[in-house]
Design a protein around this ligand. Sequence first.
Ligand code: SAH
Ligand code: SF4
Length: 365
Amino acid sequence: MKTNLLDFSLDQLTAHFASIGEKPFRARQVMRWMHQMGESDFEAMTDLAKSLRAKLQASAEVGVPHLITGQASTDGTRKWLLDVGTGNGVETVFIPEDDRGTLCISSQVGCALECTFCSTGRQGFNRNLSTAEIIGQLWWANKAMGVTPKNERVISNVVMMGMGEPLANFDNVVAALQIMLDDHGYGLSRRRVTVSTSGMVPQMDRLRDACPVALAVSLHASNDTIRDQIVPLNRKYPLSELMAACRRYLEKAPRDFITFEYVMLDGVNDRPEHARQLIELVRDVPCKFNLIPFNPFPNSGYARSSNNAIRIFREILQEAGFVVTVRKTRGDDIDAACGQLAGQVQDKTRRQEKWMRIAEEGRQA
Ligand code: SAH
Ligand code: SF4
């Protein structure tokens, strides 16, 4: 089998090249061809020695996932479904804004965690994506979006907020992050790349040491009773441990802050007393809040909080001095909004069956 060079960060590619008798600067050249020029054909990498091109042709490949479909929303949001083999597909979403272009990337086929309000969680889990499949999403989107008239990259920000829990696929995600930040890769700045986690405490510490990018934490609740129910991982890493991990994360980057994501679920976590409890909970963590109006999907069992409830919740946090944004729903018409990414998951956990049964019982009751 050929070695997929898209699986390697620069350090890993350099080591691989050393093992085939090639100098480090060759690795940098190939890195730039693959990621900056979007080139997948070694023959087209014209400044490589002919002998190296032949060697790579015989033993290696630039293996990007195949594109199944691309869709564009009326609001400019775009979504791609990429084939990752054996009937599985993952989704990538591009969200244009006035001052930036953000790509939302998936890290797993499905998700092994089971947050009750998330359609990816309902889909079950198949496997981790490889580094090539993760960075391949940026590779494709860059090719599709091109550069601005000023020759700047259209994609200025990356968020790991697509399908899956990025920190549950630690090594592959970190290698992909390194390629995003590398000057020979995509050259994105550390603060423009965000990992979103549902709160895997030990891996948050490891990320801080390996690649301290911006961190978003899916908080969604102001106390353990509610969080235990909607984010089951909380039973393993309760809020006190999660807050301590957030503080430790910022030790490495003292001018940074944590973004707390908070999905607004009608009657579940959206009351004024929850907002007041939150203020206490995060008091020692430099942070911002991002309130996400719940995006419904079939048989979710939840409803989006009213605009009024969201406004009051926001005001309470703002009056306590927090910066609060309310996430605009984008790409609704192509099911590209948060928590709606479903891709194609050949579920290995039989979770889809379970939820179908629960929905069926609910209809009969
Ligand atoms: N697994 C990671 C990243 C992917 S989810 C995490 O949980 O953080 C990206 C964000 O969308 C998370 O904050 C997630 O909780 C939120 N989300 C999931 N389902 C949603 C839904 N139906 N409506 C709105 N936001 C949702
Ligand atoms: Fe997984 Fe994140 Fe969805 Fe929870 S919210 S099920 S961690 S993708």
